[in-house]
Design a protein around this ligand. Structure first.
Ligand code: GLC
Length: 567
């Protein structure tokens, strides 16, 4: 089967915040249909739709109660079928979110499962007796704070949930569960969808003896290595591939929490018949102090060298076996320019700089809604946050365990809180940024008058058109898709520079990731090359890149040989 997904650029939609067509303050499928031409104009080939299935929305749809029907605020199945058609009519593809590590506790399987110990659905989930003192079966923590176990009075046992207590984990050891999942996948693939983004797929196989973490940590509940890469993980994925994926021309990307490069190779080496690519977290964790009990909320300053090292390790390791996904933002990862860059006076240059770093690399790039217009983190007081992850962490770390001061927590939430990625899409400078005619479910970012789609489309120098050019270049130059990667200036603390090489050509990408000017001195092997600038965010024309002074967040992409510059 063709590997079209290697040449594709993916645009991720968070449906509740994209566009509201009926004024209920909540984005919907018809709203997406109305904006498809916008995505087509950007140049993306594939749309990834975050979950739209029926759900009590405890975790914004990542808690599914019916895999075969839409959540009513999003629309009906007819709307979904229409969306699939409209996407295809425009020559694009669409993938959906497969959330099968867990269901909602309101899914019929769990409703049945919790009724009695001998219910036929009991083994669809993990139920365990209390420890002799009545406490949880082990010390596993929930990723959303507290214990990973909740007690069920009726049957006298605890059930397992890696996320909220309304997201019980499915028991993949049970063949019937796996069959159900494959049926759901076939159902949607037969309706025409082109693949899946697989939610926390790295956690589907559990250590079923449920060993407690051995730890000197004073925390009562731990999230650690038992939470991912369980013993049967790859066996399950290979089975899924055999049973379903191999029978369709589709694209797959797994959210591989806890996966290192060796694991990534297992997932993505084509000869193993698992997935096309995974989302790694390693480069997104460089601003977290991994050893802190405060988890992702313990900030470390952004270090461009750490970013270069991490991305380069992944680029190099998957160069000839496997494939990378390329991303900085998604519905869990807030705006990169607010997190690691300058979202004020250098906002546009900074957005273009990060875009260049990512889109020049080998792999399939993902653009998260709003990233293409340089959206920024919002400005929330604690009571305005909506996300259960933030609320639970605040209660756990600041109020109950007091491992963080309120000020430090709020600073971390302002940088890394998921809600910053989830504020409504900013379409224009009108009321609620043109997202809804009603009251939005989450406040629009106050900077919408300055940052919105309309403004971007009217400005030839906008972040939007820069992304459009990056995508066009990827289509025009195979070297961007297939070229080998090599990092330059490894220890330079400001400049992220690398080359790609393919069939005698060299692509050079040079980006200043700092607010100060920086001098780029070409390494010896590049001296004497003549360069055509393909793209630059400061109108640079240089044909000789020997020694140049880069402006703050300046980015240049150029190619050796006589290729034409794209206008
Ligand atoms: C994934 C999703 C995230 C969700 C979690 C539980 O990490 O991206 O949004 O909260 O899984 O489903």
């Amino acid at each position: 089967m063709s590997e079209w997904w290697k040449e594709a650029v993916v645009y991720q939609i968070y449906p509740r915040s994209f566009y509201d067509s009926n004024g209920d303050g909540f984005g919907d499928l018809q709203g997406i249909i109305q904006k498809l031409d916008y995505i087509k104009n950007l140049g993306a080939d594939v749309i990834w739709l975050c979950p739209v299935f029926d759900s009590p929305q405890d975790d914004n749809g990542y808690d599914i109660s019916d895999y075969r029907n839409m959540y009513e605020k999003f629309g009906t199945n007819e709307d979904m079928f229409q969306l699939i058609d409209e996407v295809h009519r425009r020559g694009m593809k669409i993938i959906m979110d497969l959330v099968v590590n867990h269901t909602s506790d309101e899914h019929i399987w769990f409703v049945e499962s919790s009724k009695s110990k001998d219910n036929p659905y009991r083994d669809y989930y993990f139920w365990r007796d209390p420890a002799p003192d009545g406490s949880e079966p082990n010390n596993w923590g929930s990723i959303f704070s507290g214990s990973a176990w909740t007690f069920n009075e009726k049957t006298g046992q605890y059930y397992l949930h890696y996320f909220s207590k309304k997201q019980p984990d499915l028991n993949w050891e049970n063949e019937a569960v796996r069959r159900e999942v494959y049926d759901v996948m076939r159902f949607w693939m037969d309706k025409g969808i082109d693949g899946w983004r697989m939610d926390v797929i790295g956690s589907i196989s559990k250590h079923v003896d449920f060993p407690s973490y051995e730890t000197k940590d004073s925390r009562r509940y731990i999230v650690g290595q038992y939470h991912s890469n369980g013993p049967r993980l790859h066996e399950f994925i290979q089975e899924m591939n055999r049973e379903v994926l191999s029978r369709y021309d589709c694209m797959t990307v797994g959210e591989a929490n806890g996966s290192d490069i060796e694991e990534a190779k297992k997932y993505t080496d084509a000869s193993r018949r698992e997935l096309n690519m995974i989302f790694t977290f390693e480069h997104m964790d460089i601003d977290t102090d991994q050893h802190s009990p405060n988890g992702k909320w313990q900030l470390k300053p952004f270090d461009p060298i750490a970013l270069k090292k991490t991305l380069t390790r992944w680029q190099t390791a998957l160069m000839n076996a496997g494939w990378n996904s390329l991303y900085f933002e998604n519905h869990d990862q807030p705006r990169v320019i607010s997190r690691w860059g300058n979202d004020r006076h250098l906002r546009k240059q900074c957005a273009k700089a990060f875009a260049t770093v990512l889109h020049g690399m080998k792999g399939t790039p993902f653009i998260y809604q709003g990233e293409e217009i340089g959206m920024v983190n919002s400005d929330f007081p604690i009571e305005m946050y909506d996300d259960l992850e933030i609320k639970n962490a605040y209660r756990d770390l600041v109020i109950e365990n007091k491992t963080m001061s309120e000020a430090d927590f709020l600073k971390a939430a302002a940088t890394k809180g998921r809600d910053h990625a989830r504020t409504p899409m900013q379409w224009n400078a009108g009321k609620h940024a043109g997202f809804t005619a009603g009251e939005p479910w989450l406040a629009v970012n106050p900077r919408y008058k300055e940052i919105n789609v309309k403004e971007s489309l009217n400005d030839q120098d906008s972040v939007f058109y820069y992304y459009q050019k990056l995508i066009q270049l990827r289509k025009q130059y195979k070297i961007i898709v297939y070229g080998d990667y090599q990092l330059l200036l490894k220890e330079n603390p400001q400049i992220f520079a690398y080359i790609r090489t393919y069939q005698g050509e060299t692509l050079l990408v040079v980006v200043n990731l700092s607010e100060e000017t920086a001098v780029f001195d070409a390494p010896a092997e590049l001296l004497g090359e003549q360069w055509n600038v393909l793209l630059s965010n400061y109108s640079r024309q240089e044909s000789d890149m020997k020694s140049i002074c880069l402006q703050p967040y300046e980015a240049v992409m150029c190619i050796s040989s006589s290729k034409e510059t794209i206008s």
